[in-house]
Design a protein around this ligand. Sequence first.
Ligand code: SF4
Length: 347
Amino acid sequence: MASKRMMIGNTAVGGGAPVTIQSMTNTDTRDAVRTTEQILSLENAGCEIVRFSVYDEDCAASIPYIKAHTHIPLVADIHFDHRLAIAAIENGIDKVRINPGNIGSEQKVRELVAAAKDRNIPIRIGVNGGSLEKDILRKYGVTPEGMLESALSHVAILEKCGFYDIVISMKASTVQKTVQANRLASKRTPYPLHLGVTEAGMGEAAMVKSSIGIGSLLLDGIGDTIRVSLTGDPVREVYAAKRILAAVGLRSEGVEVVSCPTCGRTRVDLASIVKKVEESLPETDKSLRIAVMGCAVNGPGEAREADIGIAFGSKNAVVFKKGELCYSDKLPEVVDRFISDVKSELQ
Ligand code: SF4
């Protein structure tokens, strides 16, 4: 089912809008200056929506400063306290993540809904497999069905108050449960889905989990905004998210260097050459597929598929542009000549 479109600040989410990249700061939100600096780094990396935790009134008081010095929509992550959510909205936040079922009385939910409606602020319901409600756990355990039921119970509370600007996320620490829960949700609700695998960890294992979890849903056309969770500097989350979107064909790759894994046929130190090519690339918004291949047997095929490619023999290499053989030159000079050609393509 196609999701509803809504606006997070000036950024559309859902309803066929391009899938957006989110991240979350790991600074103390009470420190508005450091949080702002981190958001600016995230923006530079390509982050399109950013979340930070608002755990007390001082955090909520940082919002006007952060808002004045940054350029992407801001999301307040709030647990339980509807007054903090209302303070965040009054201070200019663009979206709130809070689970209405955890707020308490219906009166408190109505106060939150009134503030959000007043300023057209969407609310994200965020269900984590690790913190399902007791009655859900008794009935379903930590299962995709349980995660969906939890999300739908929070949705029902907002809908009862006449509020429909809702985004849903259901994250589990296993790929299977995350994927299954979101597949179920995409059939049952019209609200945009925020995808992510929670507590993915760090390094390769985390990247694999997030790529499969988020990537397989996106390939099925499910998901409207994504956050890759990685322990450490959040800027890495943004780069990872961009790679996932590119890999599933939802974004241009930008500059992409493809290289072969090397094998017994390789007669050059291909890893060093690839590194040299990558390090020589200028900052650019252009898209270019560059192939660096280790032999003259299979290499030319891949090199021809690229915008510009090189395939190495033992003493020389051949260079292709847009599938056409351009020249053959000897090693090692051919590497610098190739790099200079790549730079011309990117000008
Ligand atoms: S392109 Fe050539 S060198 Fe590279 S892995 Fe394939 S066969 Fe080996």
